[in-house]
Write a protein that binds this ligand. Structure first.
Ligand code: PGA
Length: 250
């Protein structure tokens, strides 16, 4: 991946009308800044409308979760086949909110990542330590376990890793110091090389967690930061544009 990645997970935000309106503006943003590979990850109910609005633009679209099986008695779940029919490019797996509130484990992330492989989706696997693990200097052990189990037998050609420290995410999050993000990204890079050999050098590693127009440039300058994965600051297209502009002009 030559282009720097800029993406956003909308979480449980935006109705279909809001989604179409935002996507129209994003298509314009992406054509103004074709130095980035943009991607958006709307809620399921917005996917068709977003796909239509993208109308062939180079922006990738993903979903926020999926089951690993094709069908079955799993009320409330969505299968890879269902998403394939809509036409997604990537699937986000293991976001800390899914791990915290919906019992996502490294093992279920792995089942889903392998299902993503067999449907041709890019698996965007999120990893990150919580505040206790950070304070007890167990960040590397936590990440190594999440990566070792989550990526077991997953193709590196269809993989993006997002480093999202849990303490950095959301309203109460504290953005990681850029130097800390760089240090952890370098650890992740080395670990991916351990898992995949030289091919591990090619896997994009994104940083996420309270990225905003004030810290985006410094974060993007860190070693092994191949993209930014943005929540709140990208849901407002004006802020998202400001982030793209600043990184471009740095
Ligand atoms: P945030 O969300 O940018 O709003 O902190 C990041 C994320 O959860 O991916």
């Amino acid at each position: 991946m030559d282009k720097f990645l800029l993406g956003t997970n909308w979480k449980m935000h935006k109705t279909e009308v809001e989604a179409r309106d935002y996507t129209e503006k994003l298509v314009k943003l992406a054509s103004d800044y074709d130095n980035f590979q943009f991607f958006i990850i709307p809620p399921y109910t917005d996917l068709r409308g977003v796909k239509e609005t993208l109308a062939g633009a180079s922006v990738w679209m993903g979903a926020q979760n999926m089951h690993w099986l094709s069908e079955g008695p799993y009320t409330g779940e969505i299968s890879p086949e269902m998403l394939d029919e809509i036409g997604i490019d990537l699937i986000e797996l293991g976001h800390s909110e899914r791990r915290q509130y919906y019992n996502e484990t490294d093992y279920s992330v792995n089942l889903k990542a392998k299902a993503a492989n067999s449907h041709g989706f890019i698996a965007l696997v999120c990893v990150g330590e919580n505040i206790h693990e950070k304070e007890m200097d167990a960040t590397k052990e936590t990440l190594a376990k999440q990566l070792k189990i989550g990526l077991h037998e997953v193709f590196c050609e269809q993989l993006i890793v997002a480093y999202e420290p849990v303490w950095a995410i959301g309203e109460n999050g504290i953005p990681a110091e850029p130097s800390y993000a760089g240090y952890v990204h370098t650890f992740i890079r080395d670990y991916l090389i351990e898992l995949y050999g030289d091919k591990g050098k090619e896997i994009p590693i994104l940083y996420g967690g309270s990225v905003n127009p004030d810290n985006a440039v410094e974060l993007s300058n860190q070693p092994n930061v191949d993209g930014l994965f943005i929540g709140r600051s990208a849901w407002d297209i004006v802020k998202f544009r400001s982030i793209a502009k600043q990184i471009t002009e740095k």
